[in-house]
Ligand binder design. Sequence first.
Ligand code: NAD
Ligand code: IPM
Ligand code: MN
Length: 350
Amino acid sequence: MTAHKIALIPGDGIGVDVTQATMQVLDAAAARFGFTLEATRFDWSCETYLPTGRMMPQDGIEQLRPFDAIYLGAVGWPATVPDSVSLHGLLLPIRKAFDQYANIRPHRLLPGVEGPLRAEGFDILCIRENTEGEYSGAGGRVHQGRDNEVAVETAIFTRKGVERIIRFGFEQARARRGHLTSVTKSNAQKYSMVFWDEVTRELAAEYPDVTVSPMHIDAMAAKMVMAPQDLDVVVASNLFGDILTDLGAAIQGGLGFAASANICPDRSGPSMFEPVHGSAPDIAGKNIANPIAAIWSGAMMLDHLGEKPAAAAVLAAIESATGRGIGIRPGSHGTDAITAAVLAALEESA
Ligand code: NAD
Ligand code: IPM
Ligand code: MN
């Protein structure tokens, strides 16, 4: 029997609840489809930071490297640890160290779910660059606290980094409906984004079967609201992709529905799966977090591990639960009730 080695990092707040929900569902799927998930739990979080001064041990990356995949709940507890410390101490270094440059975030309506804007009939795959750009961490501050203070945050775009993510977008578009929207702000940002547009045009020549629309991020934000049904694959830089995917989450009914995969395409390191949402301190520990985004991310992990029928069954179980009205509105059902409904649907479909 195949055993997949999973590193589990539940993290903070609702990350802990939704990770537990996800593993229950994934274990049930594994049992049904004849494989096992050997999960090793890493309690790295803001809580463990407080006494140790570290979000993960010094050799944390090396501890994660041998795993087939990493599953992460959410990180961040700003009341006790500044976000700039917690995220740069755990989540962001993992994405970078394992070259998880393709962040894949699907946005579509699950059966029974109505987004607040009543957008319908959309099926968007957002591909976000995940290792450089605005998240490069290059910059500094001088004259702190003085009138002449200056803060610089440099966005670094390399040919290697830009080419590979746009190529990834073209490949996804080719496998779907053949349309790629490339998001920039090249009317205002005259170096990085003009470069991004140039690379998009160069690669377009290799993909004559894909139609490409360059769009500015501001117009794109409006389009995601007004006409999301016209979009297929969207490729964007790290920060633009971050913002657009919370917008994508909103049109699909909320952050409780938005799944995410941080993929290392050449498999030189493990990929990492996590919901789009964060640790939601406002609802943590209340059994009201929607675990669907997390479970869907778990299905993406099974797919990545080659367990395609199990992945499809988990997604079908989610759809069956929401189709019956479970978890479709904020507060309509608790974390446990939604998890139980997905588990029951998985069992019924056996
Ligand atoms: P958030 O995504 O945690 O929450 C935003 C809003 O959405 C909150 O009102 C929250 O209650 C709601 N929400 C989120 N997930 C939900 C779910 N599954 N079910 C129901 N409602 C849900 O974003 P935030 O408040 O900006 O961030 C909180 C902390 O999480 C911060 O420390 C932030 O840096 C961190 N964060 C971490 C990740 C990650 O680990 N991948 C992602 C985003 C934010
Ligand atoms: C996400 C999150 C992270 C990001 C934060 C917590 C650093 O918002 O995964 O979307 O910006 O990538
Ligand atoms: Mn985000």
